[in-house]
Ligand binder design. Structure first.
Ligand code: ASP
Ligand code: MG
Length: 426
């Protein structure tokens, strides 16, 4: 990713000098935060206020509300197998609309904004349509617009392939766009405005007394996101970790602080035993006869699907593909003439804790809690950052509550609350 530490500025008398610009604010607004004209106006007001207080503002926007879903539906109304290149041409339009409308709203407030598409903003990707990977950003147009005094609106989700075609970064990809833009501008941090106020120790809709985190490490957030916490796209956290970008996840509906995802979470020092409990409601277990693990993994990889656990059986293999659509998995196998039996009645619950290899008690306590709650584990996997237990779909919520109760101290007691409190930052 290109970095650029100085920009040329015109000074009086027409001479040019080089000055180190203050890093701009890099913000991202998700779909609900730009869902309608009033919300777009509120976003415009927030940007104009920040700019009037003297900061450069670059905002990455998602498509309005559920508009990407509607575009997907339209494509599938035309064909059951829309060409991926054309799907990208269609889906990328949602973000362009948001940026152009926000720019118009800024103009209405008497300020100046410039909307840039992914290609215009120099967001380079590979050519994998539908799930492209960022390869680098050439942000000279962003720098120029900032130097011009404009608020810069960059479409999330979009990039440009080496052949010049527009690509998209996979669903939820605007988070990754925002982190990448922050990295390319050396902004150091990126604020992601969303419809939840913070990251919690579990989904507060499932666990009403889940604890609100003032900070969490990138590594922990990545595990939470990979295990199903939908608050951030996992790829964006990976990018933030790789490029040293702190993320401030906060509500677009208020001015209060949310959760900082940062390299050194205040006072943490690896002592918070468990960062949180994540879950995924839809998980599947696939069984394939007459094929080995390697063949199955290769067939899935052809469609950019990653296997979770693979267990050889007497007749073939059983496997999971966390986060993948079972229809896609079946299609990937079908392409190599394999058929799968699919058990879709599964979900998963994960206890996120870095350094699991040195914490043998965590699986013991997790499994004991589930057993005591009458929830049989269907498959158990551990990684260096979490233990994930597949359970029947109907028991996912119960499992989340049980594990939260087991591992996260209640409000008022010591440890996690102290470790996560902003006072520790002092
Ligand atoms: N609009 C895209 C989606 O709905 C990208 C994003 O919002 O992050 O997946
Ligand atoms: Mg999102």
């Amino acid at each position: 990713m290109s970095t650029r530490n100085t920009i040329e500025v015109a000074i009086e008398g027409g001479r040019r000098a080089t000055a180190a610009p203050a890093a701009p604010l890099v913000w991202k607004f998700g779909g609900t935060s730009v869902a309608d004209h009033d919300r777009l106006r509120a976003v415009a007001e927030r940007m104009v206020a920040a700019q009037r207080s003297g900061r450069g503002v670059v905002a990455v926007l998602s498509a309005m509300g559920k508009s990407t879903d509607k575009l997907v539906d339209q494509a599938y109304a035309m064909s059951s197998r829309p060409p991926l290149r054309e799907l990208d041409a269609l889906l990328s339009v949602g973000e362009s609309i948001s940026c152009a409308l926000a720019s118009i709203a800024v103009a209405e407030l008497g300020s100046h904004a410039v909307s840039l598409t992914g290609p215009q903003a120099g967001i380079g990707t590979d050519a994998r349509h539908g799930n492209a990977r960022l390869v680098g950003i050439e942000p000279h147009r962003i720098h120029e617009a900032l130097a011009d005094g404009a608020i810069v609106l960059v479409t999330g989700f979009q990039g440009i392939a080496p052949d010049g075609d527009v690509t998209t970064l996979g669903r939820g990809g605007s988070d990754a766009s925002a982190v990448a833009v922050a990295a390319a501008l050396d902004a150091g941090e990126c604020e992601i405005f969303t419809d939840v106020p913070a990251v919690f120790t579990a989904d507060p809709r499932v666990v009403p007394d889940a604890r609100r985190l003032s900070s969490i490490r990138h590594e922990e957030m990545l595990e939470m996101a990979e295990a199903g916490a939908a608050v951030l796209q996992p790829r964006s956290v990976e990018l933030a970790l790789a490029h040293g970008v702190d993320i401030h996840l906060r509500s677009s509906f208020s001015t209060e602080e949310g959760t900082w995802i940062r390299r050194e979470a205040a006072g943490f020092e690896g002592t918070a035993e468990v960062a949180g409990i994540a879950h995924r409601r839809e998980e599947s277990l696939f069984a394939v006869d007459g094929a080995g693990a390697g063949v199955v993994a290769a067939a899935l990889a052809e469609r950019a699907i990653t296997v979770g656990a693979i267990v050889p059986t007497t007749s073939g293999v059983q496997f999971t593909a966390p986060g993948a659509d079972p229809v896609e998995v079946t299609a990937a196998l079908d392409a190599v003439d394999l058929a799968a039996k699919v058990d879709e009645d599964l979900g998963s619950v994960s206890v996120v804790s870095l350094g699991m290899a040195r914490k043998p008690d965590i699986p013991v306590r997790a499994l004991a809690a589930l057993e005591a709650g009458g929830i049989p584990p269907r498959l158990v996997t551990t990684t260096p950052g979490r233990i994930t237990v597949a359970v029947s779909s109907s028991r996912v919520d119960d499992a989340v509550r049980l594990l939260h109760q087991t591992f996260i101290p209640a409000a008022g007691s010591a440890t996690v609350s102290d470790l996560h409190s902003p006072a520790d930052a002092a």
